[in-house]
Design a protein around this ligand. Structure first.
Ligand code: GTP
Ligand code: MN
Ligand code: MN
Length: 611
């Protein structure tokens, strides 16, 4: 490409390491043109994407895109962490030696941008100036303009973020090639998709998807997998699939920060966004920092800090409505430049719709197309009950659009972490909230986090699909060292955060209704936890942690059955004893698990035997 140097000069890209990297890939991918992307290019890129039919208008300043029908979610089986160190193989990271896998994925990429524009997206995960800034820079190369639009919303994008790096070479090399989507054999033995993070070379090579988690490389591949590995390799921090929020008591003026992990589709975005200011009268204000990723480290003052490296929200659309998540709706209003992916779209009125947005789908199907692009009116009668939107359809919007975004959300210092919570979908056994004071028991609780296997056929009744700290799909190094890294980082904090396990999903065994109303009401459980941390409430000690007394929980104006409340504020000892057996099997898979974790396990088991 003759004008490569000129394109980079015109874009003001001065970092010589980045220029070399871009030149190498432009040549290897055979791109026709190259374009360096900055956030200020957004309006022009939107216009081009509209003209090219890659996105459609969805109201004023709102856009709609549909991904290929076999490309609508992350693909865990095709996701690989590669390094040159065999000791990096864990249970969940799908480790391969770089020498074995790199040639395979690069082979698919060779020449793949012939005739196309290669977009170069310099980005920063984390606000500029943060103590973790040197782990935050990256440059994504992609052939997909819609990916640029998403990256501009989800990360901080522009050459300014990489020109000034203290170490010019310290950036993540993130290469994304969409591939010929209809011919990749998705889900067949001849699947050509590869989503590889070469963690010890800080290189990401993703081939064969244009969907969010696979294609926006700053988010999951860098923000989680690479960051977790960097945190481990440097010994400096943790990169976790966590939401992060602040609760301010307006009477005392104090703010407490809570972060925590729930497996995908278990309510992180909802929790971080819906506890809007007026959830419990006007005494508390809940502010939003992040809904999917947090990096945690110990600051110079010895406190545990957290920050959200992202600049936007990529939230599940399904069931987002005025009752469940009014804040999310506000953040995707006309004028916000939000993007919708794989929801239903009306090509005449430009409206979007998803299951749960309103109780029923629009009465008049005229103009409506489902997530596959099929006209609803033309559907076969046997498809009549199929969802209009894909269950994993999403909205993308920047943090600044979130009405209760914290005033200091861009403060590079991060915020002091007071509590770390874990939660999954558990239909029985797990109470509303149980607080855990001991570090090893807290880490143990995170390691044994899980969500119910959705179809009964998928597993043993009552047995969870374990998802340590909600990181199972994002693990980049082995579980034993991961547990040790947790003990080390959090253990170094002078004011230890309180841990807790929460569960919004306990159900009535007879009719299956949720015992706890959930959503905005979840603030009540978090308030109790904050009070517990401050010693204002004592709760009731059980073998598995401290549970609120009924009178300690703020129940003002809450509509809940008394029997249901008793159930969620108690533990089912028999079920817990059974669970301990499952946990033991689960933990045994992990080599070199710190002895502290086994001791915590044995302590809890012994306490349950005493109950
Ligand atoms: P990823 O973005 O994939 O990491 O998932 P997430 O953890 O952000 O999940 P999200 O907040 O999008 O929630 C997924 C589902 O959980 C939605 O269908 C919500 O309606 C449901 N949900 C969230 N909070 C609650 C709650 O408190 N109670 C009940 N019953 N359902 C909830
Ligand atoms: Mn989410
Ligand atoms: Mn997530």
């Amino acid at each position: 490409m003759a004008d490569l140097e000129k394109s980079l000069d015109d874009a003001g890209l001065t970092n010589s390491s980045v220029r070399e990297y871009v030149a190498h890939w432009a040549e290897y991918l055979g791109a026709d043109r190259i374009e360096v992307v900055s956030a200020s290019d957004d309006a022009r890129l939107v216009q081009e994407a509209l003209e090219a039919g890659e996105i459609e208008p969805a109201g004023e300043g709102l856009y709609y895109s549909r991904s290929y029908s076999k490309d609508t979610a992350r693909s865990e089986e095709r996701t690989i962490v590669a390094t040159s160190r065999p000791e990096d193989e864990g249970v969940y990271n799908n480790w391969r030696h770089t020498d074995e896998i790199r040639p395979v994925v690069e082979g698919h990429m060779k020449g793949a941008m012939a005739g196309k524009t290669m977009y170069v997206i310099p980005y920063l995960m984390a606000p500029p100036g943060s103590p973790l800034e040197r782990f935050a820079a990256g440059v994504e190369i992609t052939d997909n303009r819609t990916v640029c639009l998403h990256m501009i919303r989800m990360a901080r994008v522009g050459v300014n973020h990489i020109n000034q790096l203290a170490d010019q070479d310290m950036f993540v090399r993130a290469v994304h090639v969409t591939g010929d989507l209809p011919n990749l054999g998705q889900g067949t033995p001849d699947d050509k998709r590869y989503f590889v993070t070469v963690a010890d070379e800080r290189t990401i090579l993703h081939f064969g998807s244009s969907y969010g988690g696979n294609a926006l490389l700053g988010k999951i591949a860098h923000g989680l997998r690479q960051a977790a590995y960097d945190g481990y390799a440097s010994g400096e921090f943790l990169g976790e699939q966590f939401m992060l929020l602040g609760i301010t008591d307006k009477e005392t003026g104090e703010t407490h920060h809570v972060c925590g992990g729930f497996p995908s589709a278990s309510g992180k975005t909802n929790l971080a966004m819906t506890l809007a200011p007026d959830a419990l009268g006007d005494r508390y204000h809940v502010s939003f920092y992040g809904d999917d990723i947090a990096w945690l480290w110990v600051g110079e003052d010895g406190n545990l800090y957290g920050l959200n490296p992202e600049n936007g929200v990529f939230g599940v659309a399904k069931d987002t409505n005025e009752r469940t998540n009014p804040t999310a709706l506000d953040s995707i209003e006309p004028g916000t430049q939000a993007l919708f992916t794989n929801v239903a779209y009306n090509e005449q009125t430009h409206e979007v719709w998803w299951e749960g947005k309103t109780p029923h789908h629009p009465q008049d199907a005229t103009g409506w197309r489902d997530w596959k692009g099929e006209l609803i009116a033309d559907r076969n009668p046997d498809e009549a009950g199929d969802p209009w939107a894909h269950p994993n359809s999403r909205f993308t919007t920047t943090l600044a659009n979130v009405p209760n975004v914290a005033p200091d959300f861009e403060d590079p210092k991060g915020v002091k972490i007071d509590a770390i919570i874990f939660g999954g979908r558990t239909r029985d056994r797990e109470p509303l909230v149980r607080a855990i004071d001991d570090l090893a028991e807290g880490v143990y609780d995170g390691l044994t986090l899980g969500a119910e296997a959705t179809a009964a056929a998928e597993g043993v009744e009552g047995k969870l699909r374990y998802d340590p700290m909600s990181m199972r799909p994002f693990m980049s190094y082995p579980e034993g060292p991961y547990a040790a890294q947790w003990l080390k980082i959090v253990g170094a904090a002078k004011d230890q955060p309180v841990f807790a396990h929460v569960n919004w999903f306990q159900r009535d065994p007879e009719d299956g209704h949720f015992l706890w109303p959930g959503y905005r009401e979840n603030l009540r459980a978090l308030l109790w936890l904050v009070q517990y941390k401050k010693g204002q409430v004592t709760g009731r000690k059980t073998a598995v942690g401290t549970i609120p007394l009924k009178e300690e929980l703020n129940l003002d104006g809450l509509d809940i059955d008394a029997g249901d409340l008793d159930t969620i504020l108690d533990i089912d000892v028999e079920r817990w004893r059974q669970e301990m057996g499952f946990r033991e099997e689960h933990l045994k898979q992990f080599a070199n698990l710190p002895e502290e974790i086994w001791e915590a396990h044995r302590r809890v088991a012994a306490a349950l035997d005493q109950e």
